[in-house]
Design a protein around this ligand. Structure first.
Ligand code: PLP
Length: 771
C-alpha cells in the first residue's frame, strides 16, 4: 500500500526551495558573524589591536570578493545589499551624465524588461531627483527571456545608462554578457553599464574584469550570508558619487562603520566558493542533476505541468512552472502544508498576482498568473532533493484525493472509484473574486446541480465530476449576468447535450408542485427538490432556486435547505435595479414572495459575496438593511421602495479596474467579537472545555498533509455554508485554524455574524504556532 505523507507521525523537516528570495545563514557563516560580535568586535577604523583585527577581516573579504568576481582591477565596495548597490551605480552614472547633457538632445535610460523592480524604480527616482527628463525605456526580451540585441543596438546611442541583469530572479534565465558587451560598445563606447549580478553569485562563473561592465551589485543574503551585507564591483575609472557620505570609510566611497558580522559571514561564503576543500557547496553538475530530479518529480506528479522557461539558457537552481487548473495560491498552500517553501512570482512583490517577467516573455496569461518558482542554492543536498521529490508526489496524491486533479494513470472511472476519495456530499461554494458558483452533490444518487457557473471553474467542475463519477443533472443560471460571462452553455454542451432547457438552463421536463395555491416547477435531486421561483427585479428573468425536502402536502411549510437567490438579496445589499431589464417594483414583489415561501431563517446562497461573508439569512439581512425590513414587514409600498432603491443604486461604485458591483453596500461591514487564541491560550482553553470543536479550515488536500491532526474536524472554506447548515448548536465553542490565520479569521467572523456566539481562531495560524 502507498504510504501517505501524513502517515509519518514525525513533524516534517523543512524543505526550503525559495533561495532566490533569501537563504538561511550557513552555520559556519553564522558562527563567524558571532565571533566578530563577541571576540573580534573592533571598529576597523581604530588603530589599536582590536581595531586592526577587525580591519584584517574587511581587507581579507575584499581580496576574496575580487577573486570571486574575476578581476584584479577596479574597486569592491561593501554595501548593505544589492538595492543600495543599484542606487550607488545609478546615482554615479547619472550625476556624471548630467555634466555633459545637451539640452537639444533626447536621452533615454535603458533597462531589461525582466529586471528586478529595484532597477526601474531607482532609475525613475534618480531621473526625477536629478531632473534629467530622460525617457525610461524597457528593453524587450524574447520568449526565452533573452534581451533584444537589435533593440539595444538601435537605442543605446542615445542612452545615458543601460541596466541589464546577469541572471533573472524569477526564471534563472541568464544573459549572454559578452554578446551584450559587443553590442553595447559597438554602438556607444562610453555609456554607463550596470549588470545586476545578485542571482549570479555562486551559480555562474563571473569574469567581470574581462568585460566593460562599469557597476555590478551583489547581495549576501541570496547566498547564505545574513541580510544587511552586500558588495558592488566598480570598474577602474568608472564615474563614482558616494551614495552615503560621512566618516570616510571604504576610502570615502561609502561611509558608515562597517558591518563586521556580515563581512565575516560573507568571507566564509567566499572561502567556500573559492576553495573546494573548505566548501559545503555542491558542484554545478550536481545542481543540474538536482534540477532534473525535481523536474521529473513535478512531471510525474502533475503530468500537465508547464515549465515557464527554457532550461538551456537558465541556471540550474531556478525552476518556474505552472499547473493548468491550479492557482499559484493553491499550489503554495499545498506545498506549505507539505512543509516545502516555494514562491509565486517574485517574493519581493508578492501582492502582485501575475508575473511581469513572464508577461514580458510573452507567456500566456494563465502561466503568468499561476506561476510557481522553486529555487535552491549550492548548499542543497541530495537528501533534501530526495525529500522534496517525494513530497511533491505526496502533495499531488492529496490533490487527487480531493479531486482537484485527476490521476492520469487511472483515468478509467472504475479505478477512480476504487481509489479512496475524500467524502464530498451536499453543498460546495466556489468563489472567483467576489462571484460565487454553487455545486450541490447528492452522493447517494451520484448526481449534482451546478448553479451560477463561472467560466474560470469549467475545468475544475469537469475534473471534479469525472474524478468522483458524478452525473450533472442541471446547470442553471439564476439570471442573465451583466458582470460576467456564464459558462453554462459550455458545460451544458459537454455534460448535458441532450437536455432541453430554457435560456437559464432550467430543464424543460421539470414537474409542477403547488405551494400556497400557486404552481411552481421543480426537479428532483436525490431525495430533495429544487424548486424554481420566478423572482424578477434585478433582471426580468431572475429566478430563485429553493433546495428543500419534497412537498408531500400542498399546505406543508417548505423545509428549506438552501435558497440560491442570485442577485435578489446579496449580503449587505440588494441586487441593483438600474439595468434596462430591471424593475424595482418587481423586486419588491419578489422579496415579499420569497420571504413568504422560505421564511427568514433559512440560508441564502447569492451569486456574489463582496465581503467574505459566505452566506446569510433574511433575518440577518433585515437587521442591517432597513429597506428590506420595511418591504418584508409591509411598511412601504412598491412605489416608495422604487424611490428609495433609485437612491441606493446611485451609491454603486464601479471602479474601472474592478468587477461591476451588482448591488450597493448598505452599511460598513461590522466586525464581530471572535476569540483570538495563541497556542498557549488555546491549549489551556482545550483543557478547560468539554465541548470545544477544533476545526481546520484549510482545503482537504492541505489538511491531509498535516502530520498531527489536533484540529480533528476539517471544514474547508468551500464547505463553510454546508457546515453552517448542519451545525445545530450555536453555543458550542468552535475554534478555527489555517495556515496564516486569515481564512480562520474569515470563518470565525462569518459564523459570529450568523449568530454563533462562541467562536474563535488561532491568530497567526500554523505559521506562528506549533499547536
Ligand atoms: N536584484 C535581484 C535580481 C534580486 O533578486 C534582488 C532581491 O530579490 C535584488 C536585486 C535586491 O537585493 P537586496 O535584497 O539585497 O536589496
Amino acid at each position: 500500500m502507498n504510504k501517505r505523507l501524513s502517515d509519518t507521525h514525525q513533524p516534517l523537516n523543512l524543505i526550503y526551495l525559495d533561495a532566490n528570495a533569501t537563504t538561511q545563514v550557513l552555520p559556519q557563516a553564522a558562527s563567524a558573524a558571532l565571533s566578530t560580535m563577541e571576540t573580534f568586535f573592533g571598529n576597523p577604523s581604530s588603530s589599536h589591536v582590536t581595531g586592526l583585527q577587525a580591519k584584517q577581516i574587511v581587507d581579507k573579504t575584499r581580496q576574496q570578493a575580487k577573486r570571486i568576481v574575476g578581476t584584479d582591477e577596479g574597486k569592491i565596495i561593501f554595501t548593505s545589499g544589492a538595492t543600495e548597490g543599484i542606487q550607488t551605480a545609478i546615482l554615479s552614472a547619472l550625476v556624471n551624465a548630467k555634466k555633459t547633457l545637451n539640452c537639444n538632445e533626447n536621452y533615454s535610460l535603458l533597462y531589461g524588461a525582466t529586471e528586478h523592480k529595484a532597477v526601474p524604480e531607482s532609475l525613475k527616482h534618480w531621473n526625477e531627483v536629478l531632473e534629467l527628463n530622460a525617457e525610461i525605456v524597457a528593453i524587450p526580451v524574447n520568449e526565452k527571456g533573452q534581451l533584444d540585441m537589435e533593440f539595444i543596438a538601435k537605442e543605446v546611442p542615445n542612452a545615458l545608462m543601460i541596466c541589464t541583469m546577469a541572471v533573472n530572479n524569477e526564471t534563472g534565465v541568464y544573459q549572454d554578457i559578452s554578446l551584450l558587451d559587443q553590442t553595447i560598445r559597438a554602438n556607444n563606447p562610453k555609456v554607463a553599464w550596470m549588470v545586476d549580478c545578485v542571482q549570479a553569485l555562486g551559480k555562474t562563473d563571473l569574469s567581470l574584469g574581462q568585460t566593460t561592465i562599469d557597476y555590478a551589485p551583489f547581495s549576501g543574503h541570496k547566498l547564505y550570508a545574513p541580510k544587511g551585507i552586500g558588495f558592488m564591483y566598480v570598474k577602474e575609472n568608472a564615474p563614482f558619487t558616494p551614495f552615503i557620505a560621512g566618516g570616510g570609510q571604504e576610502s570615502g566611497l561609502r561611509s558608515g562603520t562597517e558591518n563586521l558580522p556580515g563581512l565575516a559571514a560573507l568571507s566564509v561564503i567566499f572561502t567556500m566558493l573559492l576553495d573546494e576543500n573548505e566548501s559545503n557547496f555542491t558542484s554545478v553538475e550536481n545542481l543540474h542533476s538536482f534540477r532534473q530530479q525535481i523536474v521529473l518529480a513535478l512531471t510525474q506528479a502533475f503530468p500537465e505541468v508547464v515549465f515557464n522557461h527554457s532550461f538551456e539558457n537558465s541556471v540550474p537552481t531556478t525552476i518556474n512552472f505552472a499547473i493548468p487548473g491550479l492557482s499559484s495560491k493553491e499550489i503554495m498552500d499545498l506545498f506549505d502544508s507539505a512543509n516545502i517553501r516555494v514562491s509565486s512570482g517574485s517574493a519581493c512583490s508578492s501582492k502582485i498576482t501575475r508575473s511581469f517577467v513572464l508577461d514580458a516573455m510573452g507567456l500566456p496569461a494563465w502561466q503568468s498568473e499561476s506561476a510557481i518558482r522553486m529555487s535552491f542554492g549550492p548548499a542543497m543536498t541530495q537528501s533534501e532533493i530526495d525529500s522534496a521529490c517525494s513530497r511533491i508526489v505526496f502533495a499531488a496524491q492529496a490533490l487527487e484525493r480531493s479531486c482537484l486533479i485527476i490521476d492520469k494513470n487511472t483515468i478509467d472511472t472504475t479505478t477512480i472509484e476504487n481509489k479512496a476519495k475524500a467524502e464530498l456530499n451536499g453543498l460546495v461554494q466556489f468563489k472567483v473574486g467576489a462571484s460565487c458558483s454553487w455545486l450541490y452533490i447528492d452522493q447517494k444518487t451520484k448526481s449534482a446541480v451546478f448553479i451560477d457557473p463561472l467560466p474560470e471553474l469549467t475545468d475544475r467542475l469537469h475534473t471534479l465530476l469525472t474524478c468522483r463519477g458524478l452525473e450533472l443533472i442541471a446547470v442553471i443560471d439564476t439570471h442573465s449576468h451583466a458582470d460576467h460571462i456564464s459558462c453554462r452553455q459550455n458545460i451544458a454542451q459537454s455534460q448535458l447535450a441532450e437536455q432541453q432547457t430554457n435560456s437559464l438552463g432550467w430543464p424543460a421536463d421539470a414537474k409542477l408542485t403547488t405551494i400556497n395555491g400557486h404552481e411552481y416547477p421543480y426537479i428532483t435531486l436525490g431525495d430533495k427538490w429544487l424548486i424554481n421561483i420566478a423572482t424578477p427585479g434585478h433582471t426580468n428573468d431572475s429566478i430563485s432556486l429553493v433546495l428543500c425536502e419534497p412537498i408531500k402536502d400542498s399546505s406543508d411549510k417548505l423545509r428549506v435547505h438552501y435558497t440560491f437567490c442570485g442577485d435578489l438579496i446579496l449580503m449587505n445589499s440588494l441586487g441593483r435595479t438600474n439595468f434596462s431589464n430591471s424593475s424595482a417594483a418587481a423586486m419588491y414583489s419578489s422579496l415579499q414572495l420569497l420571504t413568504a415561501l422560505i421564511g427568514t431563517k433559512s440560508l441564502l446562497c447569492p451569486s456574489h459575496d463582496y465581503n467574505n461573508e459566505f452566506t446569510s439569512r433574511i433575518e440577518t439581512e433585515m437587521a442591517r438593511n432597513s429597506l428590506l425590513t420595511q418591504v418584508i414587514n409591509d411598511e412601504i409600498n412598491a412605489e416608495e421602495f422604487s424611490r428609495q432603491k433609485i437612491a441606493m443604486d446611485k451609491k454603486i461604485m464601479n471602479k474601472p479596474d474592478r468587477e461591476i458591483m451588482c448591488g450597493a453596500l448598505i452599511a460598513a461591514c461590522q466586525e464581530f467579537m471572535v476569540r483570538e487564541y495563541t497556542s498557549a491560550s488555546l491549549a489551556k482553553a482545550v483543557k478547560a472545555s468539554t465541548n470545544m470543536k477544533l476545526i481546520d479550515i484549510r482545503e482537504p488536500h492541505e489538511y491531509a498533509l498535516q502530520h498531527d491532526k489536533k484540529f480533528t474536524f476539517n471544514v474547508p472554506l468551500t464547505r463553510l455554508v454546508h457546515f453552517v447548515k448542519n451545525q445545530q448548536q450555536k453555543e458550542q465553542e468552535l475554534v478555527f485554524v489555517c495556515r496564516s490565520g486569515s481564512r480562520s479569521q474569515l470563518a470565525a467572523q462569518a459564523l459570529a455574524r450568523l449568530g454563533f456566539n462562541n467562536v474563535g481562531h488561532l491568530k497567526g495560524g500554523y505559521a506562528l504556532h506549533q499547536y
